[in-house]
Design a protein around this ligand. Structure first.
Ligand code: TRH
Length: 361
Protein backbone atom coordinates (compact mmCIF):
# COMPACT_ATOMS: atom_id res chain seq x y z
CA UNK A 1 0.00 0.00 0.00
CA UNK A 2 1.00 3.62 -0.42
CA UNK A 3 0.94 5.70 2.76
CA UNK A 4 1.06 9.48 2.99
CA UNK A 5 2.34 10.56 6.40
CA UNK A 6 2.06 14.31 7.15
CA UNK A 7 4.30 15.77 9.82
CA UNK A 8 4.56 19.34 11.08
CA UNK A 9 7.52 20.11 13.31
CA UNK A 10 6.30 22.06 16.35
CA UNK A 11 9.62 22.13 18.17
CA UNK A 12 12.50 19.85 19.15
CA UNK A 13 12.71 16.42 17.53
CA UNK A 14 9.78 14.37 18.78
CA UNK A 15 7.40 15.09 15.89
CA UNK A 16 9.93 14.15 13.23
CA UNK A 17 11.36 11.36 15.40
CA UNK A 18 8.05 9.57 15.83
CA UNK A 19 7.06 10.03 12.17
CA UNK A 20 10.42 8.77 10.96
CA UNK A 21 10.15 5.66 13.12
CA UNK A 22 6.64 4.99 11.88
CA UNK A 23 7.70 5.48 8.26
CA UNK A 24 10.75 3.23 8.53
CA UNK A 25 8.83 0.49 10.29
CA UNK A 26 6.13 0.59 7.63
CA UNK A 27 8.84 0.50 4.96
CA UNK A 28 10.42 -2.53 6.63
CA UNK A 29 7.07 -4.24 6.40
CA UNK A 30 6.97 -3.75 2.63
CA UNK A 31 4.80 -0.61 2.58
CA UNK A 32 5.60 2.44 0.43
CA UNK A 33 5.65 5.66 2.42
CA UNK A 34 5.69 9.31 1.39
CA UNK A 35 6.71 11.32 4.44
CA UNK A 36 5.59 14.93 3.96
CA UNK A 37 7.39 17.17 6.36
CA UNK A 38 7.50 20.96 6.72
CA UNK A 39 11.00 21.01 8.19
CA UNK A 40 13.20 18.03 7.39
CA UNK A 41 16.40 19.58 8.80
CA UNK A 42 16.74 17.05 11.67
CA UNK A 43 16.54 14.12 9.25
CA UNK A 44 20.02 15.07 7.99
CA UNK A 45 21.49 13.60 11.18
CA UNK A 46 18.64 11.41 12.38
CA UNK A 47 18.33 9.50 9.14
CA UNK A 48 21.36 10.26 6.94
CA UNK A 49 21.03 6.99 5.04
CA UNK A 50 17.26 7.19 4.49
CA UNK A 51 15.26 3.98 4.70
CA UNK A 52 13.93 1.40 2.25
CA UNK A 53 10.44 2.22 1.06
CA UNK A 54 10.44 5.74 2.48
CA UNK A 55 10.44 8.89 0.37
CA UNK A 56 10.83 12.22 2.18
CA UNK A 57 9.00 15.16 0.56
CA UNK A 58 8.84 18.85 1.39
CA UNK A 59 5.45 19.80 2.72
CA UNK A 60 5.20 23.18 1.08
CA UNK A 61 2.22 25.54 1.17
CA UNK A 62 0.26 25.01 -0.97
CA UNK A 63 1.05 21.30 -0.93
CA UNK A 64 1.58 19.56 -4.29
CA UNK A 65 -1.77 18.43 -5.64
CA UNK A 66 -1.20 14.67 -6.02
CA UNK A 67 -3.55 11.69 -5.81
CA UNK A 68 -3.46 10.40 -2.22
CA UNK A 69 -2.19 7.00 -1.16
CA UNK A 70 -4.47 4.34 0.29
CA UNK A 71 -3.73 5.57 3.79
CA UNK A 72 -3.26 9.18 4.89
CA UNK A 73 -1.81 9.84 8.33
CA UNK A 74 -2.17 13.22 9.94
CA UNK A 75 0.42 13.13 12.70
CA UNK A 76 -0.53 14.87 15.94
CA UNK A 77 -3.51 16.69 14.41
CA UNK A 78 -1.30 18.63 11.99
CA UNK A 79 -4.22 19.49 9.63
CA UNK A 80 -4.05 18.10 6.12
CA UNK A 81 -3.72 20.31 3.03
CA UNK A 82 -7.23 21.42 1.89
CA UNK A 83 -6.58 20.36 -1.72
CA UNK A 84 -5.70 16.84 -0.59
CA UNK A 85 -8.87 16.64 1.51
CA UNK A 86 -10.93 17.82 -1.46
CA UNK A 87 -9.38 15.13 -3.65
CA UNK A 88 -10.05 12.50 -1.00
CA UNK A 89 -13.66 13.65 -0.62
CA UNK A 90 -14.13 13.47 -4.41
CA UNK A 91 -13.34 9.73 -4.52
CA UNK A 92 -16.01 7.00 -4.28
CA UNK A 93 -16.28 5.83 -0.64
CA UNK A 94 -14.62 2.47 -1.32
CA UNK A 95 -11.60 4.22 -2.87
CA UNK A 96 -11.18 7.02 -0.35
CA UNK A 97 -8.00 6.63 1.67
CA UNK A 98 -8.19 5.56 5.28
CA UNK A 99 -7.59 8.86 7.05
CA UNK A 100 -5.98 8.55 10.44
CA UNK A 101 -5.07 11.14 13.03
CA UNK A 102 -2.12 9.71 14.95
CA UNK A 103 -2.30 11.21 18.43
CA UNK A 104 0.27 11.89 21.13
CA UNK A 105 1.14 9.11 23.54
CA UNK A 106 -0.41 9.05 26.98
CA UNK A 107 -1.15 6.50 29.70
CA UNK A 108 -4.30 8.37 30.70
CA UNK A 109 -7.68 6.60 30.74
CA UNK A 110 -9.08 8.64 27.84
CA UNK A 111 -6.74 6.79 25.48
CA UNK A 112 -8.65 3.51 25.67
CA UNK A 113 -11.96 5.39 25.39
CA UNK A 114 -10.91 7.39 22.36
CA UNK A 115 -8.71 4.97 20.43
CA UNK A 116 -10.27 3.94 17.14
CA UNK A 117 -13.13 6.45 17.28
CA UNK A 118 -14.52 7.78 14.02
CA UNK A 119 -14.97 11.47 13.33
CA UNK A 120 -17.36 12.09 10.42
CA UNK A 121 -16.56 15.36 8.63
CA UNK A 122 -19.61 17.54 8.01
CA UNK A 123 -17.99 20.67 6.65
CA UNK A 124 -14.88 22.00 4.95
CA UNK A 125 -12.99 20.49 2.00
CA UNK A 126 -13.16 17.00 3.54
CA UNK A 127 -16.95 17.01 4.08
CA UNK A 128 -18.32 13.50 3.70
CA UNK A 129 -15.06 11.84 4.75
CA UNK A 130 -14.40 10.21 8.07
CA UNK A 131 -11.27 10.43 10.07
CA UNK A 132 -10.14 7.85 12.61
CA UNK A 133 -8.43 8.67 15.88
CA UNK A 134 -5.48 6.42 16.58
CA UNK A 135 -4.03 6.61 20.09
CA UNK A 136 -0.69 5.02 20.94
CA UNK A 137 -0.58 3.66 24.46
CA UNK A 138 0.73 1.16 26.95
CA UNK A 139 -2.20 -1.23 27.19
CA UNK A 140 -3.79 -3.77 24.83
CA UNK A 141 -6.88 -1.55 24.42
CA UNK A 142 -4.74 1.27 22.97
CA UNK A 143 -2.95 1.56 19.63
CA UNK A 144 0.30 0.24 21.14
CA UNK A 145 3.87 1.48 20.83
CA UNK A 146 6.26 1.53 17.90
CA UNK A 147 8.53 -1.41 18.59
CA UNK A 148 11.18 -0.22 16.11
CA UNK A 149 14.65 -0.58 17.56
CA UNK A 150 13.62 -2.71 20.53
CA UNK A 151 15.72 -5.60 19.30
CA UNK A 152 18.36 -3.49 17.64
CA UNK A 153 21.14 -3.88 20.06
CA UNK A 154 21.96 -6.15 22.95
CA UNK A 155 23.34 -4.39 26.00
CA UNK A 156 26.87 -5.78 25.67
CA UNK A 157 27.06 -4.83 21.98
CA UNK A 158 25.78 -1.35 22.77
CA UNK A 159 28.39 -0.96 25.50
CA UNK A 160 31.16 -2.05 23.12
CA UNK A 161 29.84 0.38 20.53
CA UNK A 162 29.94 3.26 23.05
CA UNK A 163 33.45 2.24 24.10
CA UNK A 164 34.59 2.33 20.47
CA UNK A 165 33.14 5.86 20.10
CA UNK A 166 35.10 7.06 23.14
CA UNK A 167 32.08 7.22 25.46
CA UNK A 168 32.81 4.03 27.38
CA UNK A 169 32.48 3.94 31.14
CA UNK A 170 35.37 2.76 33.27
CA UNK A 171 35.16 -0.50 35.19
CA UNK A 172 33.68 1.00 38.36
CA UNK A 173 31.57 3.66 36.64
CA UNK A 174 27.94 3.57 35.72
CA UNK A 175 26.82 5.16 32.48
CA UNK A 176 23.85 7.52 32.42
CA UNK A 177 22.24 9.10 29.36
CA UNK A 178 21.17 12.67 30.10
CA UNK A 179 18.67 13.73 27.44
CA UNK A 180 16.30 16.14 29.14
CA UNK A 181 15.13 19.75 29.05
CA UNK A 182 16.82 22.33 31.29
CA UNK A 183 15.63 21.30 34.70
CA UNK A 184 15.73 22.96 38.15
CA UNK A 185 16.12 19.52 39.72
CA UNK A 186 19.39 18.87 37.89
CA UNK A 187 21.65 19.75 40.86
CA UNK A 188 19.68 17.36 43.11
CA UNK A 189 19.90 14.69 40.43
CA UNK A 190 23.66 15.05 40.17
CA UNK A 191 23.98 14.88 43.96
CA UNK A 192 21.87 11.72 44.00
CA UNK A 193 24.03 10.12 41.32
CA UNK A 194 27.25 10.91 43.18
CA UNK A 195 27.04 7.89 45.47
CA UNK A 196 28.97 5.99 42.79
CA UNK A 197 31.38 7.04 40.03
CA UNK A 198 29.16 8.02 37.12
CA UNK A 199 29.68 8.98 33.51
CA UNK A 200 26.98 11.17 32.00
CA UNK A 201 26.53 10.94 28.25
CA UNK A 202 24.91 14.18 27.13
CA UNK A 203 23.39 14.63 23.66
CA UNK A 204 23.15 18.15 22.19
CA UNK A 205 20.64 20.50 23.78
CA UNK A 206 20.30 23.36 26.25
CA UNK A 207 20.79 21.10 29.26
CA UNK A 208 24.48 21.11 28.36
CA UNK A 209 24.80 24.80 29.23
CA UNK A 210 22.98 24.16 32.48
CA UNK A 211 25.35 21.30 33.26
CA UNK A 212 28.36 23.44 32.37
CA UNK A 213 27.19 26.10 34.84
CA UNK A 214 27.10 23.64 37.75
CA UNK A 215 29.92 22.34 39.91
CA UNK A 216 29.86 18.59 39.40
CA UNK A 217 30.05 16.51 42.60
CA UNK A 218 33.22 14.39 42.88
CA UNK A 219 32.96 11.09 41.01
CA UNK A 220 30.81 12.50 38.21
CA UNK A 221 32.09 13.36 34.75
CA UNK A 222 30.35 13.97 31.46
CA UNK A 223 30.97 13.54 27.75
CA UNK A 224 29.12 15.15 24.88
CA UNK A 225 27.61 12.89 22.28
CA UNK A 226 26.88 14.33 18.83
CA UNK A 227 23.55 14.23 17.03
CA UNK A 228 23.29 10.54 16.21
CA UNK A 229 21.29 8.65 13.61
CA UNK A 230 18.19 7.28 15.30
CA UNK A 231 19.51 3.70 15.32
CA UNK A 232 22.67 4.85 17.11
CA UNK A 233 20.65 6.92 19.55
CA UNK A 234 18.80 3.70 20.43
CA UNK A 235 22.19 2.05 20.97
CA UNK A 236 23.21 4.83 23.32
CA UNK A 237 20.12 4.07 25.39
CA UNK A 238 20.60 0.31 25.18
CA UNK A 239 24.12 0.51 26.64
CA UNK A 240 23.40 2.80 29.60
CA UNK A 241 22.71 1.91 33.24
CA UNK A 242 20.12 4.67 33.52
CA UNK A 243 18.38 6.67 30.79
CA UNK A 244 17.16 10.14 31.58
CA UNK A 245 14.85 10.95 28.70
CA UNK A 246 12.16 13.40 27.66
CA UNK A 247 9.22 14.08 25.38
CA UNK A 248 7.76 11.07 23.67
CA UNK A 249 10.06 9.06 21.45
CA UNK A 250 13.15 8.81 23.67
CA UNK A 251 10.78 8.04 26.54
CA UNK A 252 9.39 5.04 24.63
CA UNK A 253 12.84 3.89 23.45
CA UNK A 254 14.12 3.95 27.04
CA UNK A 255 11.35 1.49 27.85
CA UNK A 256 11.68 -0.78 24.84
CA UNK A 257 15.39 -0.69 23.91
CA UNK A 258 16.78 -1.00 27.40
CA UNK A 259 16.27 -3.28 30.37
CA UNK A 260 17.86 -0.64 32.60
CA UNK A 261 15.81 1.98 34.43
CA UNK A 262 14.68 5.36 33.20
CA UNK A 263 13.78 8.75 34.55
CA UNK A 264 11.44 10.83 32.40
CA UNK A 265 10.98 14.54 31.99
CA UNK A 266 7.61 15.02 30.32
CA UNK A 267 7.28 17.75 27.69
CA UNK A 268 6.06 20.72 29.76
CA UNK A 269 2.48 21.71 28.89
CA UNK A 270 0.19 24.55 29.92
CA UNK A 271 -1.71 24.19 33.18
CA UNK A 272 0.61 21.37 34.21
CA UNK A 273 -1.26 18.96 31.91
CA UNK A 274 1.98 17.00 31.68
CA UNK A 275 1.74 16.15 35.38
CA UNK A 276 -1.52 14.26 34.77
CA UNK A 277 0.31 12.44 31.96
CA UNK A 278 3.17 11.67 34.27
CA UNK A 279 1.10 10.32 37.16
CA UNK A 280 -1.02 8.21 34.80
CA UNK A 281 2.18 6.68 33.49
CA UNK A 282 3.59 6.10 36.96
CA UNK A 283 0.39 4.38 38.09
CA UNK A 284 0.84 1.83 35.32
CA UNK A 285 4.62 1.60 35.32
CA UNK A 286 5.02 1.10 39.06
CA UNK A 287 2.08 -1.28 39.56
CA UNK A 288 3.36 -4.37 41.34
CA UNK A 289 6.79 -2.95 42.21
CA UNK A 290 8.13 -3.51 45.74
CA UNK A 291 6.56 -0.76 47.88
CA UNK A 292 9.73 1.04 48.99
CA UNK A 293 11.26 1.01 45.51
CA UNK A 294 8.01 2.19 43.96
CA UNK A 295 7.75 5.09 46.43
CA UNK A 296 11.33 6.22 45.79
CA UNK A 297 11.05 6.00 42.01
CA UNK A 298 7.66 7.77 41.97
CA UNK A 299 9.12 10.57 44.05
CA UNK A 300 12.15 10.82 41.73
CA UNK A 301 9.94 11.13 38.63
CA UNK A 302 7.67 13.71 40.29
CA UNK A 303 10.55 15.80 41.63
CA UNK A 304 12.24 15.70 38.23
CA UNK A 305 9.09 17.21 36.70
CA UNK A 306 7.98 19.76 39.26
CA UNK A 307 9.61 21.52 42.17
CA UNK A 308 6.33 21.04 44.04
CA UNK A 309 7.49 17.49 44.74
CA UNK A 310 11.12 17.92 45.77
CA UNK A 311 13.62 16.94 46.91
CA UNK A 312 14.76 14.48 44.25
CA UNK A 313 16.35 11.28 45.50
CA UNK A 314 17.22 8.08 43.66
CA UNK A 315 17.31 4.49 44.87
CA UNK A 316 20.62 3.78 46.65
CA UNK A 317 23.31 2.25 44.45
CA UNK A 318 22.66 -1.17 46.06
CA UNK A 319 19.00 -1.06 44.93
CA UNK A 320 19.77 -0.44 41.24
CA UNK A 321 19.63 -4.16 40.34
CA UNK A 322 16.09 -4.32 41.82
CA UNK A 323 15.22 -1.13 39.97
CA UNK A 324 16.47 -2.66 36.72
CA UNK A 325 14.62 -5.93 37.37
CA UNK A 326 11.31 -4.12 37.93
CA UNK A 327 11.85 -2.01 34.81
CA UNK A 328 12.77 -5.15 32.85
CA UNK A 329 9.44 -6.76 33.73
CA UNK A 330 7.59 -3.71 32.47
CA UNK A 331 9.61 -3.85 29.27
CA UNK A 332 8.71 -7.52 28.74
CA UNK A 333 5.06 -6.71 29.34
CA UNK A 334 5.17 -3.99 26.68
CA UNK A 335 7.03 -6.15 24.19
CA UNK A 336 4.50 -8.96 24.64
CA UNK A 337 1.76 -6.68 23.28
CA UNK A 338 1.39 -6.18 19.52
CA UNK A 339 3.33 -3.15 18.30
CA UNK A 340 1.75 -0.01 16.87
CA UNK A 341 2.69 -0.78 13.29
CA UNK A 342 1.24 -4.27 13.38
CA UNK A 343 -1.97 -2.95 14.95
CA UNK A 344 -2.18 -0.03 12.56
CA UNK A 345 -1.88 -2.30 9.53
CA UNK A 346 -4.71 -4.45 10.86
CA UNK A 347 -6.81 -1.36 11.64
CA UNK A 348 -6.37 -0.04 8.09
CA UNK A 349 -7.17 -3.40 6.51
CA UNK A 350 -10.33 -3.66 8.61
CA UNK A 351 -11.48 -0.16 7.61
CA UNK A 352 -10.79 -0.87 3.95
CA UNK A 353 -12.78 -4.11 4.10
CA UNK A 354 -15.68 -2.35 5.85
CA UNK A 355 -15.67 0.49 3.29
CA UNK A 356 -15.86 -1.88 0.33
CA UNK A 357 -18.36 -4.35 1.85
CA UNK A 358 -21.77 -4.27 0.14
CA UNK A 359 -24.20 -2.09 2.08
CA UNK A 360 -27.31 -3.91 3.36
CA UNK A 361 -30.57 -3.15 1.48
O1 TRH B 1 12.90 16.27 21.17
P1 TRH B 1 11.77 16.02 22.09
O2 TRH B 1 11.67 16.91 23.23
O3 TRH B 1 10.47 16.04 21.26
C1 TRH B 1 9.18 16.42 21.59
C2 TRH B 1 8.78 17.59 20.79
O4 TRH B 1 9.11 18.71 21.54
C3 TRH B 1 7.32 17.59 20.50
O5 TRH B 1 6.87 18.83 20.05
C4 TRH B 1 6.55 17.13 21.69
O6 TRH B 1 5.27 17.04 21.31
C5 TRH B 1 7.05 15.79 22.12
O7 TRH B 1 8.43 15.88 22.50
C6 TRH B 1 6.26 15.20 23.26
O8 TRH B 1 11.90 14.51 22.64
P2 TRH B 1 11.63 13.10 21.96
O9 TRH B 1 10.17 12.86 21.76
O10 TRH B 1 12.33 12.12 22.78
O11 TRH B 1 12.31 13.18 20.54
C7 TRH B 1 13.67 13.12 20.32
C8 TRH B 1 13.93 12.41 19.02
O12 TRH B 1 15.24 12.69 18.56
C9 TRH B 1 13.84 10.89 19.13
O13 TRH B 1 13.22 10.35 17.98
C10 TRH B 1 15.28 10.44 19.19
C11 TRH B 1 15.92 11.46 18.29
N1 TRH B 1 17.35 11.65 18.48
C12 TRH B 1 18.24 11.00 17.63
O14 TRH B 1 17.81 10.25 16.73
N2 TRH B 1 19.57 11.21 17.77
C13 TRH B 1 20.09 12.04 18.72
O15 TRH B 1 21.32 12.19 18.81
C14 TRH B 1 19.18 12.69 19.60
C15 TRH B 1 19.71 13.60 20.67
C16 TRH B 1 17.82 12.48 19.45
Amino acid sequence: MLWDVFCRVIDNFGDVGVCWRLATELGRRGQAVRLWIDDAAALAWMAPAGAPGVQVLDWTEPAPDLPPGQVVIEAFGCTLPPALLARMAGLPTAQAPVWINLEYLSAEAYVARSHGLRSPQFSGPGAGLRKWFYYPGFTPDSGGLLHAGADRSARADAQAWAQARGWGSQADERAVTLFCYPNPALPALLAALADRPTLLRVPPGPVRSQLASLALPPGLRWVETPYLPQADFDRLLAGADLNIVRGEDSFVRAQLCSGQPLLWQAYPQQDDAHLAKLTAFLDRYLAGWPAALSATVRQAFLAFNSDAFGPLRLPDAGRWPDWAAAHGQWRQQLLAQPGLCEQLLRFVTDQQAAASAPKPG
